[in-house]
Design a protein around this ligand. Structure first.
Ligand code: DGL
Length: 277
């Protein structure tokens, strides 16, 4: 079966790697909307329209059996719209607030995510529902996703910027300290080693990628192979990657190739008119 994994850039690769481990017998189509990156500061309505247009093309062309929206910024916004518009199962990723609230020993947890994810009513509701008995610090990082992209391109990252982005995550109150930081953006796991080095004290960095992959496997188990019609075009022979810019930087192209994803070009009619507000 074919599984589509979608993100604004290379962040979703942190989910793809878990999904492939659990579902290696399936074919993956990885899509990075690098032409729209970063998603963190997009207006909600404009982002919804953009993603609907991209998914129109992707679903028509690749006929996936399941789509994983491997982007918190998108998932906290658009899952109901995608489920209404398209007739296939969608799995999203959202910050691991419930597990963080369950596991913390100090009672102080931090959600580190893009400004978009932090502001979403969906995220606020997760905190209210699962962590109202905890002290939750919400940090909307404006530059981290871009730093992760740069890091993955082999460019040296400015540790002062990284330090400034993570500093607000670490809170000391009444002799207690933050002990869990939930990584609410799929780009951040690629920076976690750097962040660990800069952390003022050790914390648990929670990445929900594996849980999402398990959820995707469970959902896929209930999908029948013939639930989707045969493909006329675009049937991938192996795993492929599509970047909406059509021309990702050479190090990203190499990275995708190294992961066994064949870089494939795809025209998106909805992008022709320029849909960004
Ligand atoms: N990787 C995306 C997420 O999980 C967002 C990065 C961005 O485009 O700002 O939220």
């Amino acid at each position: 079966m074919t599984i589509l994994v979608f993100d604004s850039g290379i962040g979703g690769l942190s989910v793809l790697r878990e999904a492939r481990m659990l579902m290696h017998e399936h074919t993956f189509v990885y899509v990075g909307d690098d032409a729209g990156f970063p998603y963190g500061d997009w207006d909600g309505e404009a982002l919804t329209r953009r993603m609907e247009g991209l998914f129109d093309t992707l679903i028509q062309t690749y006929r996936p059996h399941l789509a994983i929206v491997a982007c918190n910024t998108a998932s906290t916004l658009i899952m109901p719209a995608l489920r209404t518009r398209f007739d296939l199962p969608f799995v999203g990723i959202v910050p691991a607030i419930k597990p963080a609230a369950e596991r913390t020993a100090s009672g102080l947890i931090t959600v580190l995510a893009t400004p978009g994810t932090i502001q979403r009513p969906y995220t606020q509701e997760l905190v209210r529902q699962f962590a109202s008995h905890r002290q939750v610090t919400m940090v909307g990082a404006t530059r981290l996703a871009r730093l992760a992209e740069e890091h993955m391109q082999g460019r040296s990252i400015d540790t002062r910027v990284l330090q400034a982005e993570i500093d607000p995550c670490f809170v000391e109150r009444d002799g207690k300290r933050t002990d869990i930081i939930t990584l609410g953006c799929t780009h951040y796991p690629f920076l976690v080693n750097e962040m660990r080095k800069l952390a003022p004290w050790p914390v648990d960095w929670l990445d929900p990628a594996e849980a999402v992959a398990r959820q995707a496997r469970a959902v896929l188990a209930s999908v029948s192979d013939d639930s989707v019609g045969p493909l006329d075009t675009g049937s991938p022979a192996g795993d492929i990657a599509i970047m909406t810019s059509g021309s990702p930087p050479a190090p990203i192209a190499r990275l995708l190739g190294g992961l066994g994803l064949q870089l494939t070009s795809q025209h998106f009619p909805s992008l022709d008119a320029g849909s960004r507000d």
